[in-house]
Design a protein around this ligand. Structure first.
Ligand code: HAM
Length: 426
């Protein structure tokens, strides 16, 4: 029996895992500079939470959830997204009754039973943020500005937000009726699932990838034509304030998003690096959700970034890490090598590795050269990889020999001055 990772899941190994950790560190840095605190909610929630918030007839709830009964027969679901869990936590812990606005961010795994393909996994990670308690367009501006600060910190340039408004529950209903009427006359080529959507929740047809559906949607009614006066005004204010803050956005009248909790503003960011249908991130306003889940009436807005897709599309930063390889000539040099490595970690920094097998200089250098070959994949600056050799001669003289792998140059220096020697070199 060979064990393999479950289909659609994957192992993150170094150096890839470090890119994830770096992105999460950047999120923490940027989001906390806006006053957002981290929230960690359980991966397991009651199934009912998602059915109620994301919506019974969405693809997400209808066919993509990992749902199972626990040993007592309660229906549990591995979270497919984090907004519902955050809102539940906010209500349950009394934060919805506390001072507003409430600013929260999160990072963690989500689970969706989708067909795996490039950039689409059954276990994937999201980085997201939620802002509660602000009804006006300043909320949109803060959320999107913070999002762009984060994307720029990762090296993205030239991205644009696709923006739309889906209005209130009532205007969505009017839009849904008009859409249904429009599509009913064009639905002869629809498959069974899309016919179900047409009956139950016509907005969800915008999520369909089927060519017959996409063709039928050309020229269909637009959400903006069905907005109530309040949502229309809000949308105009959002567009104006975003324009004034210099945030790059474009109107996307067919954007509706695949989750039912949205009201008014919805947005997405796509990247040319990914397939056209794959968004790096999505979000929007959900002014009714807190109340729907049993809390007070509280407006809210947020986004979630697909971390796996984000890193697939992100520019790779120039490798900058250093590596010092401490090579004892034989087992008798090992204790000294371990001590020296400690001094170098404290005095130089970067990564310091000891050849714990004390295989001698030749084998130690072979490993050094192999690491040198893979330097950039490992995030190492090849100019900053050194071997530090400790053998009988060095022990006698009270020296160490330092070898730069990029040039092969080496130099023997007094042991007491070794940390200082690296100054300006790594
Ligand atoms: P969502 O659009 O369902 O929104 O997911 C957000 C992002 O998660 C997507 O844009 C995509 O990058 C990533 N994603 C989704 N499914 C997968 C998958 N199978 N594999 C890899 N990445 C995936 C939400 O989840 C909302 N909770 C966002 C939000 C927060 N709205 C308001 N607040």
């Amino acid at each position: 029996m060979k064990y393999r990772a479950v289909k659609g899941t994957r192992d993150l190994l170094p150096p890839e895992s470090e890119r994830f950790a770096d992105a999460e560190a950047a999120a923490r840095r940027v989001f906390s500079s806006y006053g957002y605190g981290e929230v960690r909610t359980p991966c397991l929630e009651a199934t009912e939470l998602f059915a109620r918030s994301v919506g019974e007839t969405t693809d997400l709830v209808h066919k993509e959830m990992y749902t199972f009964p626990d040993r007592k027969g309660r229906s549990l679901t591995l979270r497919p997204e984090n907004t519902a869990g955050v809102v539940r936590a906010v209500i349950e812990n009394g934060l919805a009754a506390g001072p507003m606005p409430l600013r929260l961010w999160y990072e963690g795994p989500q689970f969706r039973y989708e067909r795996p393909q490039a950039g689409r996994y059954r276990e994937f990670r999201q980085i997201g943020a939620e802002l509660l308690g602000v009804p006006g367009p300043a909320a949109e501006v803060e959320i999107l500005t913070m999002l762009f600060d984060f994307l720029e910190a990762l090296g993205f340039r030239g991205l644009t937000v696709a923006l739309n408004s889906v209005g209130t529950a009532q205007s969505r209903e009017a839009f849904g009726r008009a859409l249904k009427e429009y599509l009913s006359r064009r639905s002869s080529g629809f498959g069974e699932d899309d016919r179900r959507k047409l009956e139950e929740n016509p907005l969800r047809l915008f999520d369909s990838k089927d060519t017959a559906v996409r063709a039928a949607l050309e020229g269909s009614p637009r959400t903006l034509d069905f907005l109530d006066a309040g949502s229309r005004r809000h949308h105009e204010e959002v567009r104006q304030l975003l324009g004034e803050s210099g945030l790059p956005f474009r109107d996307e009248p067919s954007l509706v998003r695949g989750l039912d909790y949205y009201t008014r503003t919805v947005f997405e960011v796509t990247s040319a690096e990914l397939g056209a249908q794959d968004a790096i991130l999505g979000g929007g306003r959900y002014d009714n959700l807190v109340e729907l889940l049993g809390g007070p009436a509280l407006p809210a807005i947020g986004f979630a970034i697909g971390e796996d897709r984000l890193l697939q599309a992100a520019p790779r930063p120039a490798p900058s890490r250093s590596l010092l390889l401490v090579l004892p000539q034989g087992p008798e040099d090992l204790a000294d090598a371990l001590r020296l490595a400690g001094e170098l970690r404290a005095g130089v920094g970067g990564a310091v590795e000891v050849d714990l097998l004390a295989r001698g200089f030749k084998k130690g250098m072979a490993r050094g050269n192999a690491l040198f070959e893979e330097a950039s994949a490992r995030g190492l600056d090849s100019e900053k990889i050194f071997a530090v050799l400790l053998g009988a001669r060095e022990r006698e003289e009270g020296t160490v020999t330092v070898k730069r792998l990029a040039s092969g140059d080496q130099e023997t220096i007094p042991r007491a001055r070794v940390a200082g020697w690296f100054e300006g070199r790594v």
